[in-house]
Structure formats: structure tokens, C-alpha cells
Design a protein around this ligand. Structure first.
Ligand SMILES: NC(=O)C1=CN([C@@H]2O[C@H](COP(=O)(O)OP(=O)(O)OC[C@H]3O[C@@H](n4cnc5c(N)ncnc54)[C@H](O)[C@@H]3O)[C@@H](O)[C@H]2O)C=CC1
Ligand SMILES: O=C(CO)COP(=O)(O)O
Length: 295
């Protein structure tokens, strides 16, 4: 398969490495990077199969400014919900490309480990299962690819776990113990399932790789940027300083706000996301958030 990766951050580069094992792959980003097979944006957009690893808050602007529809198929690699509109990525991309040309990649997958060719299992979801299978077949031997037609379920799970990962970092940063972390992760899973079901997601999606799998991974590891945001909050740092120090995307931060707004609109009970939102937006003391969650 001939494929172009757009976005050369940590995840774009890891997917470039992974797909390069079996395919002819080029990569591009908004500024030049010294990577083999780096091409211009214009050249990348000529490819029939694209992988787009641009963060959720930036993607609409990128599509408006750069995308030219030539019938390309797109594998969306970001995990997040647009804060300004509460839109899911399938809705944003759906304004530019038919749903049957869109697929989404999710599952427990730290870029650093995919980059080192360590064993990983991922899910490709699409309403077009043939397309999902085409992308899954292009994955290297060290990645087991599953397919799923529950796009909204995989999307909600991938975005939501980043918010719970922030809470996981707070929990460990405050040294609340293993019991507390297990409670947080399992209640986080219940909460994201409830939220997803309100948008038509399938319950079983949350029990699989893209849900429980990615949640367990991200909410308990310092390899996660979102988890590290939570550690910073527990240390009493300001979110602006935490993000500057991080220097990379932490999708859970804008997604917490999107969840908070969507939950209000739809009257869904999301206690953990609400506390994460309060810590991020109102500077609420993490210890008070813990007390409020236990109360
Ligand atoms: N790093 C990881 O382990 C994983 C990341 N993801 C998701 O992939 C997405 C990207 O994350 P990373 O690559 O890790 O972040 P990163 O912080 O390493 O890189 C972000 C990339 O997006 C580009 N970008 C930012 N704003 C842009 C804009 N307006 N137009 C064009 N390009 C823009 C940046 O130039 C940079 O190359 C996020 O949604 C993240 O949640 C998903 C799975 C694993
Ligand atoms: O999505 C990820 C792993 O599956 C990466 O998580 P972070 O963005 O928190 O590092």
C-alpha cells in the first residue's frame, strides 16, 4: 500500500515507523522535519491512503486551510473532542469526507513503544469495515489489528480515557494508594460507558482494547502525558506551567471541557470528568476534588 502520514509529532512518527514495515510510506507536517521520505503537504495529499495525526483541537483549521478532496481515504489518529463545538472527530472529518472513506485508530499504544516495535494491539474502526480491514492489514507483524464498526464508541473511549488519566495522575500524585486508583479507573470506565451510550455507542466497545485497554494503560503510567498533567496538578502547579513544561499535546485538557459542556447539554452524570474540569478551569484544590468524589 502507498500511504502518507500527515502530522509528525510523537504519534505521527510512530505510525510512520509502523506502517513503513510493510508499505511505501511518506510523512509530512506543517514545518519541515529531518525524517527520511519527508515530502511536502501538497505531495502527501496526492496519496490515496492518508493517516492524519493532527490533534483534535487543530484539525478543523488544518482541514479548512489545507485539505483538497481527491477521493482519499483517511485514518484518523487523534483522540479528543473539539471544545469549541463539542464535535467528535468523525463529525469534523465528516464535513469534508464521506463516512465510508474514514477510519479511526485507537487502543492502548504509547508512541514510544510502537516506535521501538514492541508488541501492541490496536483497533481500526469505521462504518466501512472493508476500509478498516485494509488499514489493519497494512499494520506490521508486531501490531495485532482488530476492526470494529462502532466508530462513536471507539472515539468516546479514546477521548475520555485521557480525562480519566489526568485524574489517575492526581490520585498517584497525592499518594492516595492502589485502592483509590483501582476505584478511579473502574468508576472511570463506568462513566465513559454511560457517556458513550448517550451518543449511541455499544457497551462492549468500552470493555475492549479502545476502552478498558487504553484506560488501564494511560491512567496508570508516567509515559502518559495526560497522567503527568495530573501529577502536576497534585503538586499544586498551574495548568499553564504544566503544559509549557510538557511541550506536547495533552488531549485530556481540552476534552475535559468538551465533556463538561456536553454533559450539561445532555444532562449526563459525569462526576470524575466534572472534577477534572474544575481542577483545570477553576483551579480547584485536587484534595477537595477527592473529598467531593468520595462524598
Ligand atoms: N503519543 C501517543 O502515544 C499517542 C497519541 N495519540 C493522539 O495523537 C494525536 C497527536 O499526538 P502526538 O503526536 O503524540 O502529539 P505531539 O505533541 O507529539 O505532536 C503534535 C503534532 O501536531 C502538529 N500540529 C499541532 N497543531 C497543528 C496544526 N494547527 N496544524 C497542523 N499540525 C499541527 C504538531 O506540529 C505536532 O507535529 C493526539 O490526539 C493524541 O491524543 C494517540 C495514540 C498514542
Ligand atoms: O493515547 C495514548 C496511549 O494509548 C497516549 O496517551 P497520552 O497522550 O496521555 O500520552
Amino acid at each position: 500500500m502507498k500511504l502518507a502520514v500527515i502530522g509528525a509529532g510523537k504519534w505521527g512518527q510512530a505510525l510512520y515507523h509502523a506502517f513503513s514495515q510493510k508499505n511505501d510510506v511518506v510523512i509530512t507536517s506543517r514545518s519541515h522535519k529531518d525524517i527520511p521520505h519527508f515530502v511536502s503537504m501538497k505531495e502527501a495529499l496526492e496519496y490515496e491512503y492518508l493517516v492524519i495525526a493532527i490533534p483534535a483541537q487543530a484539525v478543523r483549521g488544518w482541514l479548512e486551510e489545507n485539505f483538497v478532496d481527491k477521493g482519499q481515504k483517511i485514518l484518523v489518529a487523534a483522540k479528543g473532542i473539539e471544545t469549541a463545538t463539542g464535535s467528535f472527530l468523525n463529525e469534523i472529518y465528516g464535513e469534508f469526507v464521506d463516512a465510508d472513506r474514514l477510519a479511526f485508530i485507537s487502543g492502548p499504544s504509547f508512541a514510544a513503544e510502537v516506535q521501538k516495535s514492541l508488541p501492541t494491539a490496536l483497533v481500526i474502526s469505521s462504518t466501512n469495515l472493508e476500509l478498516a480491514k485494509t488499514y489493519a492489514d497494512a499494520l506490521p507483524e508486531y501490531i495485532r489489528g482488530y476492526v470494529n464498526d462502532d466508530v462513536i464508541g471507539e472515539e468516546v473511549a479514546g477521548a475520555y480515557k485521557n480525562v480519566i488519566a489526568i485524574a489517575g495522575g492526581v490520585c498517584d500524585g497525592l499518594k492516595l494508594g492502589n485502592n483509590a486508583r483501582a476505584a478511579l479507573i473502574s468508576r472511570g470506565l463506568v462513566e465513559m460507558t454511560r457517556f458513550g451510550e448517550a451518543f449511541g455507542a455499544k457497551t462492549e466497545t468500552f470493555l475492549s482494547l479502545g476502552g478498558a485497554g487504553d484506560l488501564f494503560l494511560t491512567a496508570s503510567s508516567t509515559l502518559s502525558r495526560n497522567y503527568r498533567v495530573g501529577i502536576g496538578l497534585a503538586q499544586g502547579k498551574k495548568i499553564e506551567d504544566i503544559l509549557e513544561e510538557l511541550g506536547e499535546v495533552a488531549e485530556g485538557v481540552p476534552t475535559a471541557k468538551a465533556l463538561y459542556l456536553l454533559a450539561k447539554q445532555k444532562e449526563i452524570y459525569l462526576p470524575i470528568a466534572t472534577e477534572v474540569h474544575a481542577m483545570l478551569e477553576e483551579g480547584k484544590d485536587p484534595r477537595q476534588s477527592v473529598r467531593d468524589l468520595l462524598g
